[in-house]
Design a protein around this ligand. Structure first.
Ligand code: ATP
Length: 488
């Protein structure tokens, strides 16, 4: 039996070996917490985006999607609170020169106390940490680290600097050199692009409250420490939706979105016990309800998506800072108001990791006669990067030509791969490892009666079907319809 650590390492190396995720700039020894998606990773990522977009925009008449710019007016980040408040407390070890998040060092200590059965000590330390974080007391964080004799994992010493606040936004200069240039930020979230376009979309789309605006796009955060592969990156993608509602109705909508979003995750048929809600007890000052949807990664339950009831905080702030009215006239109650907002915010890369961890299996296929195993990705067929592989049984007798015909029939609608190298068993295994739901083999009988063998990834069962029925069969297995229907 593999430990969770080993399992996670295997997921990471599988992702690299099969072209899903590569470290960025690898030939230059990589760039910390930045990753590139390879040929299969890009496909899987696109499919996750499509699934989200279709579930949000296509299935909801009152949700539309936008694509706002990464650069925005710098005042936006003042209004949103990011310039003053988007900070992590950091601390450096003077001997190793390594930088840590002070709160995470303490959290690691809590985890160690818990592991050692010192639950009282862990609870007391958690309470102290919460109090220090809530009051932004950096001196207290330092004294906690000293009291609990927390040492640097690298140097082993307790030679720490003071704790300082570190703003997570990346900034750069826009425009020509020197005087004329202005400091702008790379957006740390996509949501503000939605808020500042609220009126543009509402007016041009003639949207009536309640309605939502969805967006998928890059976000950048200069995370103090980045760990756990694509879990915490410095450049990542978010899929966010802001749902604008009449004040007073927000908690009803919040509960509805909480349910709808979990349903979206579970429709992919993961192990349901790996998902849970984590309700926030301590709320941000502007929120009146908040929950995380968490997934149990090999390193524990972690947030994949956040659902927040944000009141009218964001639009009101932009009203104040821009001096422009951001209100809605509600004809049903004959009133103007600043709408309240429910936000659903999911990290695309974190969702990608959730899917990989959930799909990856090292399956033991040994029988009494022989030892055997396979690595398989049990991806939902609609998300699989390659929908089907077409194999001629051999490279001669006209089988490749017939297989190409089958491929041409299917490739208009789906991403299909053609392979003729190696024994058929080996070809099956390669497709299992990248999650291809179906393999189609063209053999000598195909030339006689226009049928082929279909082999299913998960059950490994085979059946004979007519070539003319292939399109319909594929639609039923790998098409979007069955998945989207399960959301209705
Ligand atoms: P965390 O507590 O894990 O840092 P957060 O609460 O700061 O996350 P949000 O600001 O709510 O995260 O962002 C919404 C979503 O964006 C998160 O649920 C997560 O999936 C994703 N996300 C946030 N930061 C990162 C990151 N550095 N790398 C990858 N995904 C991220």
């Amino acid at each position: 039996m593999k430990t969770n650590d080993e399992l996670f390492k295997n997921v990471i190396s599988h992702a690299k070996e099969y072209g899903f995720v590569f470290p960025s700039s690898e030939i230059y020894d990589g760039l910390s917490a930045v990753y590139d998606y390879g040929q299969l990773g890009a496909e899987l990522k696109n499919n996750i985006k499509t699934y989200w977009w279709k579930a949000m925009v296509q299935l909801n008449e009152n949700i539309v999607g936008i694509d706002s710019a990464i650069f925005m007016h710098p005042k936006i980040w003042k209004a949103s609170g990011h310039v003053d408040g988007f900070n992590d407390p950091m601390i450096d070890n003077k001997d190793s020169k390594k930088r840590y998040r002070a709160d995470q060092l303490i959290e690691d200590k809590i985890a160690r106390y818990e592991k050692d059965g010192k639950t009282d000590k862990a609870a007391k330390l958690q309470a102290d940490l919460d109090a220090a974080l809530n009051s932004d007391d950096l001196g207290r964080l330092k004294s906690i680290i000293e009291e609990h004799e927390i040492a640097c994992p690298v140097s082993g010493t307790k030679n720490w600097t003071e704790v300082r606040q570190f703003n997570l936004m990346f900034s750069t200069q826009m425009g020509a050199m020197a005087d004329g240039s202005e400091e702008v930020y790379l957006r740390p979230e996509t949501a503000q692009g939605i808020f500042v376009n609220f009126l543009n979309v509402q007016k041009t789309g003639r949207m009536k409250i309640p309605f939502g605006i969805a967006q998928i796009g890059k976000a950048f955060r200069n995370e103090v420490i980045a760990r756990q592969f694509i879990m915490r990156m410095r450049e990542f993608e978010q899929m966010e939706m802001q749902f604008f509602v009449r004040p007073g109705t927000e908690l009803e909508w919040y509960n509805q979105w909480k349910e709808t979003r979990l349903k979206w995750h579970l429709a992919l048929k993961p192990n349901p016990s790996k998902y849970r809600y984590h309700d926030h007890v301590k709320l941000a000052h502007y929120a009146n309800a908040a929950v995380d949807i968490e997934y149990e990664f090999p390193f524990g339950f972690k947030e994949v998506e956040g659902i927040h009831s944000r009141t009218d905080f964001d639009l009101s702030q932009h009203q104040t800072f821009s001096g422009k009215k951001l209100q809605y006239f509600d004809p049903e109650i004959n009133q103007n108001y600043v709408p309240y907002v429910i936000e659903t915010s999911i990290g695309l890369d974190r969702m990608f990791l959730t899917i990989l961890c959930n799909a990856y299996e090292e399956e033991d296929l040994s029988t009494d006669e022989k030892q055997d195993s396979r690595s398989v990705l049990h991806l939902h067929p609609a998300l699989a990067p390659i929908k089907a592989a077409v194999f001629p049984l051999t490279k001669k007798d006209g089988l490749p030509e017939k297989a190409r015909e089958v491929m041409d029939l299917l490739k208009i609608d789906y991403n299909i791969i053609y392979e003729e190298k190696d024994a058929i068993g080996k070809r099956y295994r390669r497709q299992d490892a990248i999650g291809t739901p179906i393999c189609i083999t063209v053999d000598h009988q195909s030339l006689q009666d226009d049928t082929v063998t279909i082999r299913h990834r998960d059950s490994m069962e085979q059946e004979r079907v007519a070539i003319k029925d292939l399109e319909k069969l594929l639609d039923g297995i790998v098409g979007w319809k069955p998945l989207l229907q399960s959301l209705l």
